[in-house]
Design a binder for this molecule. Structure first.
Ligand code: FE2
Length: 280
C-alpha cells in the first residue's frame, strides 16, 4: 500500500425533518449527480433532546431500487413490512434491507433506557440488473457482528473484512466495507480500501487526524482514490463509521424513497402504487 487517500470533501450534516416529523442529521441525500456512487444517503438519528417530545417515526412507506441499512447504537427501531416481517433492531444490531422491486415498511425508533436514540441509516444503490430483484433482508444481531481488536483499536465489522475478520452481511452488489471504528487517544490505524471504490467516513465522536487532516465530530468525509486511509488520534478518542464500495457508474433518477435508472421507471413505479400492483 503506497497510495494514501486524502480527504476530498468535508460535509457538515444538516438538520432534516423526515417521516412523521423525525428530526435527524443528514449528510448526503440521493441526487442525479450521484457523486457518492454507490452510496445515496446517510442519516444520523440522534433525538436526544426531551423537548423534541414523542417520537413519531417513519410510518408505512415504499422503497424500490435501493438497499437501506439501519445500524442502531442506542435505543431501537421497531420494523414491520408488507411481506409480513416484523422485528426490533436493538442496540448494536444491523438490518441490511434490499428493497429490490419493492417493499412497504414502517420504521419506528424507540428510546433506550437512558431516554436516548442513536443510530444511522445508509442507502446503497443497486445496479440496474438488480433494481427489480426479490426483496431480501439480512438481520444481524449485535452478538453476531465480530470485532477486530488490538491495543487501543476496536473495529466492528458489519460488511467486508478487517485483518481476516469478516462481517456477516454478504452478497451485496456494491461489495461494501461497512465498519464502526474506535480509536483510543494516541493510537493509529491504517485501513486498506480497494482502489476505485468510493470511500466515506462519518466521524461522530471525538477527534482524529484523517490522512493528515485534523477532523472533529460531527462530519462526513469523502476520500480521493487510493489504496488506504490512515487515522491517528492525539489526546482525544475518535469513533467513526467507514463505508466503501464499488461505484456502478450508471445514471440514476431519484424520487423520494425510490432510486431508478430512468424517469420511465419512476413513472412506472408511481403508476403501480396508484393501481395497487406495486407489491407483487
Ligand atoms: Fe424506509
Amino acid at each position: 500500500m503506497n497510495n494514501l487517500r486524502s480527504i476530498s470533501q468535508i460535509i457538515e450534516p444538516q438538520t432534516a425533518i423526515e417521516g412523521a416529523g423525525v428530526k435527524l442529521r443528514r449528510s448526503i441525500a440521493p441526487r442525479a449527480s450521484n457523486e457518492y456512487d454507490p452510496f445515496l444517503l446517510f442519516d444520523h438519528f440522534a433525538f436526544n433532546d426531551p423537548i423534541e417530545g414523542p417520537i413519531r417515526g417513519f410510518p408505512m412507506h415504499p422503497h424500490r431500487g435501493i438497499e437501506t441499512v439501519t445500524y442502531m447504537l442506542t435505543g431501537s427501531t421497531h420494523h414491520r413490512d408488507s411481506l409480513g416481517n416484523a422485528g426490533l433492531i436493538g442496540p448494536g444490531d444491523v438490518q441490511w434491507m434490499t428493497s429490490g422491486r419493492g417493499i412497504l415498511h414502517e420504521e419506528m425508533p424507540r428510546r433506550g433506557p437512558e431516554g436516548t436514540i442513536y443510530g444511522f441509516q445508509l442507502w446503497v444503490n443497486l445496479p440496474s440488473h438488480l433494481k427489480m430483484t426479490e426483496p431480501r433482508y439480512q438481520e444481524v444481531s449485535a452478538a453476531t457482528i465480530p470485532a477486530y481488536e488490538k491495543d487501543g483499536v476496536r473495529i466492528r465489522v458489519v460488511a467486508g473484512k478487517v485483518e481476516g475478520v469478516a462481517g456477516p452481511v454478504a452478497e451485496i452488489a456494491a461489495s461494501p466495507l461497512y465498519l464502526d471504528l474506535q480509536l483510543a487517544p494516541d493510537h493509529e490505524w491504517t485501513q486498506p480500501i480497494p482502489g476505485g471504490h468510493t470511500a466515506l467516513a462519518y466521524v461522530f465522536e471525538g477527534e482524529g487526524v484523517f490522512s493528515g487532516e485534523t477532523i472533529e465530530a460531527v462530519k462526513l468525509l469523502k476520500f480521493t482514490d487510493g489504496d488506504h486511509i490512515h487515522i491517528r488520534t492525539e489526546n482525544k478518542p475518535v469513533r467513526f463509521m467507514l463505508m466503501a464500495g464499488a461505484p456502478f457508474r450508471e445514471p440514476i433518477v431519484p424520487y423520494g424513497p425510490f432510486v431508478m435508472n430512468t424517469l420511465e421507471e419512476i413513472k412506472q413505479t408511481l403508476a403501480e402504487l396508484r393501481n395497487g400492483t406495486f407489491i407483487k
